[in-house]
Design a binder for this molecule. Sequence first.
Ligand code: SF4
Length: 339
Amino acid sequence: MKEEILLAGNVLACRASRFLNKPLSYPLNVSLSVTDRCNSRCKTCNVWKRKAYETELSTWEWEQILMNIGHPYWISISGGEPMMRPDIADILLLVEKIVHPKKLSIATNGLLPETTLHVIERLLASRAGQTIVNLSIDEVDEKYTSVRGIDGFEKVKKTLYLLKGIQSKKLIVGVNIVLSRHNEERLPYIYERVMELDPDSVICEVAQEKKAIYAPACSPKRESVIAAVTKLLGSDSQKKKARLIRSLRDRYYRLVLNQLDGKKIDCFAGIASCIISPHGKVLNCSVRADCMGDLREDGYDFRKTWKSALASDSRDKARGCYCSDAGSNYVNILCNCRP
Ligand code: SF4
């Protein structure tokens, strides 16, 4: 119950911020994009082409930032491939020690099975809240390579089995499928194959151009989206321990269908959620990637960046905007929820 009260308080503060058009609170979801490095070569993402790795935030810099972002309900870890950072376990432990979020989700391509197992085991030894590891599987068997650019399906499967072997009630091992023009015809088959792997949760996100990761426009056809979402809505793909995620997932699918009919909800990106880039820039979301400020220039003082004129400007720019980004829309669903 305490967790629900905390979340409700976060949501109310974000709604008040939106109403008054100024940030009264910290965001309820902060996504830490810890690196641009990636060992995949996906057709739906070009972040690995950006090679400014030497200037990415150090462990010490992440620690300064974490000490200044308050206590968001939900922290998401993304990249690039987070497991490519040699200090990823240290960063995750700092997140737990300083922020101790109720939900901590980690997006990974699953290509480093042993490293991932070691990192997650270290994290869980001190973690109090729920941890969600989402493995990206956009295709299966030999077709995996055609979308992800390298031969890695067996490695991802191994990562999933290793993580499921941990058998912790506080760990959800999920699968994230990006529905794009590269796999739209095969989605029903891909979904069935993924379900055979017995993940705790499955989310199918609709691809779109994302500036933060240089993702090209590769959206699926309208009829493919309708067919996929209609099939997945209400499907029993989430275990009991993933109750909140299941609810958000089904609402996300409805939101996607509503958007196709021209119905939108208010976006809270830049108010209730944001991304911190590997170089310390604060972005409102991965799709628009409007810069809200630079934490290095602001002495890692997140509050200063969050309240800056540039941040306010980015909020104004995003008014009336809508997209199919699952992460931002999970937060939008929470913030638009009527009691
Ligand atoms: S709707 Fe929100 S999350 Fe999506 S692109 Fe616009 S500002 Fe970003």
